[in-house]
Design a protein around this ligand. Structure first.
Ligand code: ATP
Ligand code: FE2
Length: 326
């Protein structure tokens, strides 16, 4: 069985093709990079509209399959930016209708977890999902993926990117700050905001910008942001693992590519006799392969959607999805 997935919740338009053993046959994408300022939903949607059809062809070529070999088309139904979601959904509907194959709408956050399970071999992890827009601690409980902790304000990636932009770094700021942080071991005080299993980052952003105004070296501020933010994330992940009694932790989302975050979570896991799993970088960021794989799992479990069921949902909650495939 072959599934094609279309991702388009935010910056990234992605198309992936996977088979029923979770072999990723193709995973291609194109990302909007705002010259300055944040992302404009309309502009990103126009970008997706332009690139999606070529990406579908590119994915089929990369996979060495013909579109007529596909058994199911999946797309990111939410959560995300309305115009982007609608553009990806429209592309997916057109493709599924023209190929006369079933169409499955996939929850983007669930897809980050499923691709991690599919490619790393972990079975029942706590997922630390850390991206630009999202920061959540998710685990399976009573038939659904449930959010045990999340950010109360902005996503951790968003905080890194906003700080990076103010510091004059090109977008995205996360990887640039990681490189700069390697040049420092000076820990400056920043707000450590953990409330139960939730975290908050806007106070840290304000405080980090203030440190820059005071003339503190960018390397030191980058180092301090990473140490403080990642310690917060590690703490809430550990609390969730203890609470739900799970012995695997999975990383997902673009910030999961950060080696310092991986080291901190890996150390926490080792200390509790648990294991950490990290998918390859291009499956951590937003990607079409994770949508294809989750769509394939859902289809195989008997999920069927009429076109009217494929309306997008900007606030599609992780725990709204009944997980019938586990
Ligand atoms: P969504 O929130 O919908 O998942 P997104 O486009 O923000 O969407 P991703 O593509 O998963 O999400 O991740 C992008 C984020 O990852 C950016 O904020 C970027 O700065 C961050 N990022 C990427 N690499 C690194 C890194 N090495 N260290 C820290 N942050 C990183
Ligand atoms: Fe994502």
């Amino acid at each position: 069985m072959l599934a094609l997935g279309i991702e388009g919740t935010a910056h990234t338009a992605g198309v992936g093709i996977v088979d029923d053993s979770c072999k990723v046959l193709a995973n291609v994408y194109d990302m909007v990079r705002p010259e300055k300022g944040g992302i404009h939903p309309r502009e990103a949607a126009n970008h997706h509209a332009e690139v999606l059809a070529p990406l579908v062809r590119k994915a089929a070529d990369a996979a060495g399959v013909s579109l007529s070999d596909l058994d199911v088309v999946a797309f990111s139904q939410g959560p995300g930016l309305g115009p982007c979601l609608r553009t990806a959904a429209t592309a997916a509907r057109a493709l599924a209708l023209s190929l006369e194959v079933p169409l499955v709408g996939v929850n983007h956050c669930v897809a980050h977890l499923e691709i991690g399970r599919g490619v790393t071999g972990c079975e029942d992890p706590v997922l630390l999902y850390v991206s630009g827009g999202n920061t959540q601690v998710i685990a399976f409980a009573r038939g659904r993926y449930r959010v045990f902790g999340e950010t109360l304000d902005i996503g951790v990636g968003n905080m890194l990117d906003k700080f990076g932009r103010e510091a004059g770094l090109p977008f995205p700021g996360g990887p640039r700050l990681e490189a700069l942080a390697k040049g420092s071991s000076t820990l400056l005080p920043l707000p450590y905001s953990v409330k139960g299993m939730d975290v908050a980052f806007s106070g840290m952003l304000t405080a980090a910008l203030a440190l820059r105004t005071l003339g503190r070296p960018l390397e030191d501020v980058a180092f301090s942001i990473q140490e403080t933010a990642f310690a917060m994330l590690t703490e809430v992940t550990e609390r969730a693992m203890a609470h739900v009694g799970k012995e695997e932790v999975l990383l997902g989302g673009g910030v999961a590519r950060n080696a310092r975050l991986q080291a901190m979570v890996g150390r926490m896991a080792a200390d509790r006799g648990a294991r950490m799993f990290v998918p390859p970088g291009d499956l951590c960021i937003d990607n079409g392969a994770m949508i294809a794989w989750t769509g394939l799992l859902m289809h195989r479990a008997g999920v069927r959607m009429a076109v009217r069921d494929t309306v997008v949902d900007q606030r599609f909650r992780t725990d709204e999805v009944e997980v019938t495939w586990r």
